[in-house]
Design a protein around this ligand. Structure first.
Ligand code: NAD
Length: 298
C-alpha cells in the first residue's frame, strides 16, 4: 500500500508530480538540492492549484489540504526514510541519476519502490546500481503533469510483475492512463517523437521550408496541436539532443544522428522556452509565436 511518496527534484517535472500526488491525498516529501529551488517549486504548485480553482476543478479547501500534504527536504536520507514510493525527477544526466539511486537504495525502506521519470536513460542500467532491481521501474509522466493523461510505465530487465502491476494501478488511481512498455532506447514516446522532431529540424536545415511553414504543415495537415519545432522548444533543445544521442548510441543506426543545426543551437545556448529563444522567440511570452530572427525568411 502506497501512502508516502518522495519526489527527487522539484523542477518542471518534479513540481508537477508533487502537485499530482498531493492533490490525490498522498503524503509527499519533495526533495531538491537547495531550499531556494524548493520554495520556487511550492510557489509554482500554489499558482497551478489556483488555475484549477479558477477553472472550477478544485476548491480552496482542497488546495489548502493538498499543500498541507507536502514537506520539503534538502537531504535524500531524511526525505525518503518513510517512503513507500520514490519518483526520481532530477536533471537528465546518467551519473547524477546513478548516484541518486545508490543513495535511494541505501536510505529508502526495503519495501520502497524506486521509480524514475527519465525521458531516455536506461531503467535497467539505473536498477543495476541498486540491490532491489525487481523494485526499480520507469514512471514517465508527460509535461504538464497535472494535465497530461499518459504515464509510460517502463519495465526494466529486472522489474517484477508485482512492481509493474502496482505502478499501473497507482497511475489509474491518479486518473492517468498508463501504458506498459519495455526498456529499450527512447522507450516508445521518445523513440517515435524525437526522429520526427529531428526530421523537422533537418527540413529547416536543408532549406526545404521555414519554421512557420514546417510547423503549419504538421499542425493543419496532421492535426498536431503544436508543430514539431515549437514542441522541441517546449521540451528543451538540450533535452531533445540528449535523447537523440541515447537513440543514436543505443541502436547504432545513423538515422538517429542529431541534425547539426540542433547541435549548433544547443552549443550556442539557444535551448527553447527556458532560454527565451530556440526556433521561436519567447521574450514576449509563449502565447504569440514569433519566429526567431535567425530563421526569418527574406
Ligand atoms: P529541471 O531541470 O526542470 O529540474 C531538475 C531538478 O532536479 C532541478 O530542480 C535540480 O536542482 C534537481 N536536482 C539535480 N540534482 C539533484 C539531486 N542530486 N537531488 C535532488 N534534486 C536534484 O528538469 P525537468 O525538465 O523537470 O526533468 C527532470 C526529469 O524528467 C529528467 O529526467 C527529464 O528527462 C524528465 N522528463 C522531462 C520532461 C520535460 O518535458 N521537461 C518530460 C518527461 C520527463
Amino acid at each position: 500500500m502506497i501512502e508516502a511518496v518522495s519526489i527527487i527534484g522539484s523542477g518542471t517535472m518534479g513540481n508537477g508530480i508533487c502537485h499530482l500526488f498531493a492533490q490525490y491525498n498522498f503524503k509527499v516529501n519533495l526533495i531538491d538540492v537547495s531550499q531556494d529551488a524548493l520554495n520556487k517549486a511550492l510557489a509554482t504548485i500554489s499558482r497551478n492549484f489556483d488555475r484549477q480553482i479558477a477553472k472550477g476543478t478544485l476548491t480552496d479547501d482542497q488546495k489548502i489540504q493538498a499543500l498541507e500534504k507536502i514537506t520539503t527536504y534538502t537531504s535524500i536520507k531524511e526525505g525518503v526514510e518513510n517512503a513507500d514510493l520514490v519518483v526520481e525527477a532530477a536533471t537528465e544526466n546518467l551519473d547524477l541519476k546513478l548516484n541518486i539511486f545508490r543513495d535511494l537504495d541505501q536510505y529508502a525502506p526495503e519495501h520502497c519502490i524506486l521509480a524514475s521519470n527519465t525521458s531516455s536513460i536506461s531503467i535497467t542500467q539505473i536498477a543495476a546500481v541498486t540491490n532491489r532491481g525487481d523494485k526499480v521501474i520507469g514512471m514517465h509522466f508527460m509535461n504538464p503533469v497535472p494535465v497530461m493523461k499518459l504515464v509510460e510505465v517502463i519495465r526494466g530487465y529486472q522489474s517484477s510483475d508485482e512492481t509493474t502491476a502496482l505502478i499501473m494501478a497507482l497511475s489509474i488511481n491518479l486518473d492517468k492512463i498508463p501504458v506498459e512498455v519495455n526498456d529499450y532506447p527512447g522507450f516508445v514516446a521518445n523513440r517515435i517523437l524525437m526522429p520526427m522532431i529531428n526530421e523537422a529540424i533537418y527540413t529547416l536545415y536543408e532549406g526545404v521550408a521555414g519554421v512557420y511553414e514546417i510547423d503549419t504543415v504538421m499542425k493543419l495537415g496532421m492535426a498536431h496541436p503544436m508543430g514539431p519545432l515549437q514542441l522541441a522548444d517546449f521540451i528543451g533543445l538540450d533535452i531533445c539532443l540528449a535523447i537523440l544521442k541515447v537513440l543514436h548510441d543505443g541502436f547504432g543506426n545513423p538515422k538517429y544522428a542529431p541534425c547539426p543545426l540542433l547541435v549548433n543551437m544547443v552549443n550556442a545556448g539557444y535551448k527553447g522556452i527556458k532560454t527565451d529563444e530556440g526556433f521561436y522567440r519567447y521574450t514576449a511570452g509563449s502565447k504569440d509565436l514569433i519566429v526567431s530572427e535567425k530563421f526569418k525568411r527574406s
